[in-house]
Ligand binder design. Structure first.
Ligand code: BTN
Length: 263
């Protein structure tokens, strides 16, 4: 159904092998594709056929990369990191998985580049008030596994010019080249640590890390749509399930999924 995977480029293979045990469940040999429709689809198909936890799919380009809320995720060749992992979380870890992934991507970017990314609920990763990376979690039909797809803009060419006021890239921010092998390795290493936190009942540590990177968004007005009606309120916090708690004129509202617009 998909073209055969090819051998992993040296920039990734060498960095991953240096990381060793830090990669936790992601330490196996990743599948590398020059071009696939979506790494999430490949990982989903593998999971349906019984792939083990941590199986990783990486692509140099995606022809049908997708983002949250049914949006497309532009994925031109070599301009970003596009990868997906098969996870088999405990039921109690599932609700906070995307929160943990956002934290891990921010931490991985920080370790690899020195930038200090912020988070916007639930898991958008921002640098200089513009989005640099995103996470798409998709559950399998029986929810025994979750596919975690991560996209990071490395070059300005990763995103279409028409969203340049809202998007940015690591190299655009830094003004220098970014080592993609190191970036992938540090994101996976952080993901392994944060996933282990969740699996071992340390959700508080994950939420504290999330709050630390999202503090500047608390107290800000957000808009969202509920059953076709526009609503507005002030974002206050996330609760123990990862829901965004918003203060409105008619009392607190918990947003469990979907999209908010930050005003
Ligand atoms: C978002 O909208 O913020 C989530 C973007 C997720 C993009 C990644 S790229 C790798 C994986 N494959 C996809 O088709 N999407 C995710």
């Amino acid at each position: 159904m998909y073209p055969s995977p090819q051998s992993l480029p040296a920039e990734f293979a060498e960095a991953l092998s240096r990381a060793g045990a830090r990669l936790g469940p992601f330490g196996g040999e990743p599948l590398w594709y020059p071009d696939v429709p979506s790494t999430n689809d490949v990982a989903l198909a593998l999971a349906e056929r019984g792939a083990e936890e941590g199986r990783l799919v990486i692509a140099n380009a995606q022809s049908a990369g997708r983002g949250r809320q049914g949006r497309a995720w532009a994925s031109p060749a070599g301009a970003g990191l596009y990868f997906s992992a098969v996870l088999k979380p405990h039921a109690r870890a599932v609700p906070l998985l995307t929160i943990a992934a956002g934290v891990a991507v921010a931490e991985g970017i920080q370790t690899a580049t020195g930038l200090s990314p912020r988070l916007k609920w639930p898991n958008d990763v921002y640098v200089s008030e513009r989005k640099v990376a995103g996470v798409l979690a998709e559950a399998g039909s029986d929810v025994h596994y979750v596919i975690l797809g991560i996209g990071i803009n490395v070059l300005p060419a990763a995103y279409p010019p028409e969203i340049a006021s809202r998007a940015t890239s690591l190299e655009g921010e830094l003004g220098r080249a970014v080592d993609r092998g190191l970036l992938l390795t540090e994101c996976l290493s952080a993901l392994a640590a944060r996933y282990t936190d969740l699996q071992h009942g340390r959700a508080d540590a994950v939420m504290d890390a999330w709050r630390g990177r999202a503090a500047s968004t608390f107290g800000r007005t957000v808009r969202w749509e509920a059953s076709g009606v526009a609503r507005e309120g002030v974002a206050e916090n996330i609760d123990a399930t990862g829901a965004l708690v918003v203060r409105t004129d008619s009392g607190p509202v918990r947003l469990i999924s979907g999209e908010v617009q930050w005003i």
